[in-house]
Design a protein around this ligand. Structure first.
Ligand SMILES: [Zn+2]
Ligand SMILES: [Zn+2]
Length: 140
């Protein structure tokens, strides 16, 4: 009974070109929109993401195109080297891997069950847009 199996696939996702595809066997939290400068530079606007425990994300494609960029002393960001899609953020401090992936909301095939629950790092947001929804905002 796949529908009740807690380990069955709940979400699938992919990059723009489809070289990188993955399955998520976890319920996902609602979406956080991060307005920090790194997320804005990396994604081209602000970055919307959700978290998944590392062991519940399975790659179902070759990993040839998945490239990791060390974006700070405590994190790295995974993207597709073929099409450029921003896909993952992961804690990585002193070579120690974090236990979850932050996944780009835009890479998920079906987000009909997800909502944006908060804006974070709003004090660093771009000057060219305003946040006019009623979603909670955090300055950091
Ligand atoms: Zn791609
Ligand atoms: Zn950010």
């Amino acid at each position: 009974m796949p529908d009740t199996d807690p380990k069955s696939t709940k979400y699938t996702g992919r990059c723009l070109c489809g070289s990188i595809r993955f399955e998520v066997k976890s319920e996902l939290n609602d979406i956080s929109a991060c307005h920090c400068q790194q997320c804005r530079q990396w994604s081209g606007h602000f970055w919307a993401s959700t978290d998944c425990p590392t062991e519940l994300l399975t790659f179902i494609s070759s990993l040839t195109s998945l490239t990791w960029y060390k974006s700070s002393d405590h994190a790295r960001r995974g993207f597709c080297a073929t099409c450029g899609s921003s896909l993952f953020w992961k804690l990585n401090k002193d070579g120690e891997e974090g236990d979850y992936y932050a996944i780009s909301a835009g890479s998920l095939d079906d987000t009909s069950q997800l909502k944006t629950k908060r804006h974070i790092f709003c004090r660093f947001k771009g000057d060219y847009y305003t946040l006019e929804d009623n979603i909670p905002r955090e300055e950091t």
